[in-house]
Design a protein around this ligand. Sequence first.
Ligand code: COI
Length: 380
Amino acid sequence: LISTPDIDVSQLQVELTKNPKTRPPASKLIFGHTFTDHMLTIPWSESTGWGAPEIKPYQPLCLDPSATVFHYAFTLFEGTKAYKDNEGTVRLFRPDMNMARMNRSAARIALPTFDGEALTELIKKLVMIDSEWIPKEKGYSLYIRPTMIGTQNALGVGPSSDALLFVICSPVGPYYASGFKPVQLYATTEFVRAAPGGTGGYKLGSNYAPGVVPQAAAAKAGYSQNLWLLGDEHALTEVGTMNLFVAFKKPDGTIELTTPPLADVVLPGVTRDSALKLARDHAAGKIRIPGFPEKLEVSERKLVMADLVEAEKNGTLVEVFGTGTAAIVSAVDKIGYLGRDIVIPCGPAGQGMGDIAKGVLETLQGIQSGELESEWAVIA
Ligand code: COI
């Protein structure tokens, strides 16, 4: 969909709140439960294109009950974060990746596409207006949630003639209630998240609601998240809200770091892409990531549960971890599968995380805090 005119930053209208909220201390934050004082909205209609962006006090939306978002799941979202360093500088991390993915998601459900650079500029303005809300503690940040919904008031199934793009922000710490400790996965054999040709590679709201029942089953069985499998071979795809990495030791001592290929069943995560790039650059000798193995091989390949079972038996399963904007990097210490647990080492005793996961986490945090120079960090 081509939308004319596109988002115009110069038309931005700002209305600041007269009643700023009380900000809770970082230690009291529960992921995604607290919202900042302001939000950004940009309306769109087929006939007039993108309207004037507004930053205004955080408030409810007023929508007609017939709006397409409520009936046919015309909704998509992004997750990205802003980080504040000790000098007060605010950085975003690879926002261009989120903008590109958001446009792909929009196109997939016939919602309007937009100029990602213009939206990034508006997000920077919103984040700076609410910059007091960005926690500075390590592992804490301001989670930014750009969202687009269909707002046409009509029950026929077809492209929505109206849409609303909005952005809200939430100060966050760890995604999991257990903090930054290793998580346990439950391999779901009863449900499938995505199939080839489906929408698993897009960040659509409709991919997430059906994950809640399997997630609740995993929680009931004592696991933090469910691991999504595909097909009779039980190919690994991704975890509840993370992409998945597995490291194996090969006979010659080389460590293979691998993740399932996107193949339109896996969400193209920004942290996934970043971890792959860091690992590939390390393997090619372009950079050195502290703690990474000397001999590293990086691949995106099909992995089946039998590979993990076999590697556990042979002692060649080195580490498993998940990556995601919300979850950052989470070590996995066991996977429940067909009634038993595959137990995974999490680095040296006490470290609680394997060396590769730790290297990725610390490198990303170094970039996000400005300690490490990188073009991935974008000053707000
Ligand atoms: C993210 O990592 O940003 C996500 O979108 C996961 C989420 C559903 C909390």
